[in-house]
Design a protein around this ligand. Sequence first.
Ligand SMILES: Nc1nc2c(ncn2[C@@H]2O[C@H](COP(=O)(O)OP(=O)(O)O)[C@@H](O)[C@H]2O)c(=O)[nH]1
Ligand SMILES: [Mg+2]
Length: 301
Amino acid sequence: MGLVDSLKSGLRKTKEALFMDVETLFSGKAVTEETIEAFEEILFTSDIGVKSTTEIIEGLKEEHKAGKIKNTDDIKVFLKTTMTAILGMPQPFVLYRERPFVVFCLGVNGVGKTTTIGKLAMKAVSEGHSVILAAADTFRAAAIEQLDVWATRAGASIVKHQHGSDPAAVAYDAVEAAKARGIDLVIVDTAGRLHTKTHLMEELKKIKRVIGKSVHGAPHETLLVLDATTGQNALNQAKLFNEAVGVTGIALTKMDGTSKGGIVLAIKKELNIPIRLIGVGEKIGDFQDFIPEKFVAALFD
Ligand SMILES: Nc1nc2c(ncn2[C@@H]2O[C@H](COP(=O)(O)OP(=O)(O)O)[C@@H](O)[C@H]2O)c(=O)[nH]1
Ligand SMILES: [Mg+2]
């Protein structure tokens, strides 16, 4: 399946949810103030967030007053244009600005950190770059094994210590090894759950400090992984991690099979942290740069 097709099929549920609402409200009737207000209520409870809803509805009311919105097709065209405008320009990863380029991966348990790291490593290696993965999720033994499997699959190296060892020491060793061997890319995997949230955030801060001691200016990208299926929760996680460690980019996973793809609008409007990548499946090739125009086109075409 091509990239466009996998995006289209990945966004099928989001598309269905959005269009079902539009069809139910507007199909076969004249568009009125009342139906627009009913649409507003639905959007408020969807995953696109309050700010995007307000922007969409205000614009829609104006266009409607100007006589430009007469039927469901007009509404779809309006939504397409407005959503594209809200999402703005693509802000994909700019990797390899430094060597080693260090990506520090964060996120709560189960969001898809390790999988995303595997996918990124695979892509980097296939493009001719050398990669070290740092197994700094030492909290669970299985996490180290899982990263090891991805490293083998991707053709990347791995730096790992014993289960239960200091994650900052693993990250440090990985970055030092990368410097010594002239490696292009280091991706640091981390734990998503510790005894307490404070403990987790303190540990992440420490890893970040230690990486910065080894390579000036590193980590170059602090990538928060969020699970699109968790909707509003994902936004709350982003606020917490951002306050604690400072997030420079987001990888949004599990866009396939969720109707909550509209969360990209909430992330843009409420957080304004760039979405770098989206995950559209469990397999190694199932991810892509987040290109707003392509994303919106896949929803509407
Ligand atoms: N459908 C789907 N599943 C995903 C995606 N990314 C990760 N997963 C699955 O989510 C689960 C947790 O992933 P994992 O990488 O172990 O999460 P971690 O705890 O954050 O490291 C696994 O079963 C993955 O296969 C995605 O984009 N789509
Ligand atoms: Mg993991």
